[in-house]
Design a binder for this molecule. Structure first.
Ligand code: SF4
Length: 183
């Protein structure tokens, strides 16, 4: 079965790729993340995925960086949880559309690895967008491999980001640490 895997970052790719291959999926990747801000951070995450992909022989498609897609999708809904739900819909819908166009039977996402994302909602959104494109969303609790994969990423020197991706999540990170945003 051919599966198109939406990839959010290199550390989160490690476990799902290993597991899906064990389960006999033929996996290709799709790095569509217009949510990542700024461009330099996007490039750093993309480069980490490119470097890792060379050691694992996975083909990955890299659509052009398109931050406007993200800002249009979350317009007037910039707070959680609406923002994240729109962000996931955007990224998974594009994955499903590409999968349909290229003849993949399944899609999934490395976002299912993260304990910081709402797995139940991801499953629901993934199922909906996949159905609209006549492909299947493959759900598995990839969180089981989160710690091991992230430890492996650190030991291999793979870039691990410090915030989810969008400008709002970067601001939230500073607020969480109690830092003032005032000049
Ligand atoms: S916090 Fe993460 S999932 Fe939520 S909108 Fe920002 S980038 Fe997307």
């Amino acid at each position: 079965m051919k599966l198109l895997l939406h990839i959010c970052c290199a550390p989160c790719l490690i476990y799902p790729l290993e597991k899906l291959r064990q389960d006999n999926f033929e996996v290709a990747g799709f790095f569509y993340n217009p949510n990542i801000h700024p461009f330099q951070e996007f490039n750093q995450r993309k480069k980490a995925v490119e470097d890792y992909s060379r050691s694992t022989a996975i083909d990955i498609i890299y659509p052009e960086y398109a931050p406007a897609d993200f800002f249009q999708a979350v317009n007037l809904k910039e707070t959680k949880p609406d923002r994240c739900s729109l962000c996931w819909s955007l990224r998974l819908k594009k994955t499903a559309e590409f999968a349909k166009e290229k003849g993949f039977s399944h899609i999934s996402t490395t976002l299912l690895v993260s304990p910081y994302q709402d797995q139940g909602l991801l499953q629901k959104i993934g199922g909906n967008v996949a159905r609209e494109e006549n492909v299947e969303f493959y759900f598995e609790d990839f969180r089981l491999g989160f710690r091991k994969a992230h430890d492996a990423a650190k030991s291999k020197g793979i870039y691990c980001q410090k915030y989810c991706g969008c400008i709002y999540s970067e601001i939230e990170r500073y607020k969480k640490k109690g830092q003032s945003l005032a000049l």
